[in-house]
Structure formats: C-alpha cells, structure tokens
Design a protein around this ligand. Sequence first.
Ligand code: COA
Length: 199
Amino acid sequence: MTTSRAVPRVLRSDDPEAAHLLEAGATLVSESWGARLTVDKDVLARCRAAVGAATAAGWSVGPVGSDGATDVVDLDLSAAADYPRTAATAHDPPEPGALAAALAGGTRWAFGAWAAGRLDAVTVLTDAGDRVETDFTVTRASARRRGLATAVKGAAVLSLAADGHARFGTGGAAVNAGSRRANEALGYVVVERWLHLVP
Ligand SMILES: CC(C)(COP(=O)(O)OP(=O)(O)OC[C@H]1O[C@@H](n2cnc3c(N)ncnc32)[C@H](O)[C@@H]1OP(=O)(O)O)[C@@H](O)C(=O)NCCC(=O)NCCS
C-alpha cells in the first residue's frame, strides 16, 4: 500500500524505469533538475550585468573570506525553513568551523552581497573536479526578488572563470522557481530532470 511516508525513488526522467513505474500507477511526488553552464563571452556579460545591477541598487558584491563563515551560516539558518525539501534536494546548513576551513583552504568558495555591512545573499560552491558545483545559494527573506541570488552567482562565475574554471553545475527542486530563474538568467541550461516517484 502507498503511504505518505513511503520513500520515493529518484529516477532520471529519461530512465525507462521511470516510465514503467508511472505506467504502473506510481505517484510523482516532486521533481528536481540539474543544470550546467559553460563560460563564454555572453555568460560573462550576463554575470557582469547582474553584479552591476545589484551594485547600482546599493549592495556590495564580492568574495566571502573564511572570517565570514559565521555570517554565511547565520544567514543560511535564518532561511532554513524556506528550502524546498524533496527526495533529492534536502539542505543542511554547514558547520561554521568546517566552512571557514574550506574557504581558507580553497576547497570551497563563497560570494556574497552586503548592504550596510549585513550579508544579505550568498552562494557557496565546491570544486567537483570536472566543474564547479553550487552547494547552496540563499538570500535573506527581506531582500528577495531584487536580483541578489543572480548577482552572487554571477560574481562567482566571474571570479572563478578568471582563475580558469570554465564549467559550472547546479541544481534544485522543480518547485523552486526563483533558484531556477536565477541560474537561467546567467546561462545555466537544464540538462537533466529527476522524477521522485512513489511506486
Ligand atoms: C531561491 C532564492 C535564493 C532566490 O533568491 P533571490 O535573491 O530572491 O533571487 P533573484 O532576485 O536573483 O531572482 C532571480 C529570478 O527568480 C525570480 N524569482 C525569485 N523568487 C521567485 C519566486 N519565489 N517565484 C518565482 N520567481 C522568483 C525573480 O523574479 C528573478 O526572475 P527574473 O530574472 O526573471 O526577474 C531565495 O528565494 C532563497 O533564499 N530561498 C531559500 C533558499 C533556497 O531555496 N535556495 C536555493 C536552493 S540552493
């Protein structure tokens, strides 16, 4: 019997098993997506425009050093309830000491937007080998829909591209329209969809 507590199976939308399960009556409980960006001059122009718009609106945008790890975690905790939780997109705030060490050691990067000294948005990224992958992006609730997620993501691409990184990856829950639009505004292209199916 299917119950609300059943654990969904996460399958790519083009996996024949997904079609098979749907035909057999499985319930689609949620969806997620993965996107990729390859740096080119158009992408860089979009990133510059996003950073410029946030700067013109009064935020300063730039890298977050290891001494900013606590601010990142505090901001992330303030928005913990706003992350859509699906079978494939749960998010746990980082531990401040571990984040500070990763930022200091260069294994993770963070880019933020500040107004009056307060961190209002941040994106945190990790080197995933063949690409730089976004770990999470968050904007303070009171500062949303002003282009800040787009700006900090744009700042990340600009800075890391200047250091030679050419491929970026990200993803999220289908219900998170803001996250997807921020990425697409910069040139991320959705390359995979995942179906969360309860048989
Ligand atoms: C998702 C999130 C980071 C977006 O931050 P933001 O600073 O408001 O995003 P932006 O202002 O850059 O908006 C980007 C685009 O998404 C749109 N958008 C933002 N929030 C939206 C929403 N709730 N519904 C529909 N569209 C939305 C904006 O209008 C903008 O579109 P446009 O370029 O066509 O104008 C923010 O809502 C948030 O912190 N959510 C909680 C944490 C989370 O879910 N993070 C993402 C997963 S890692």
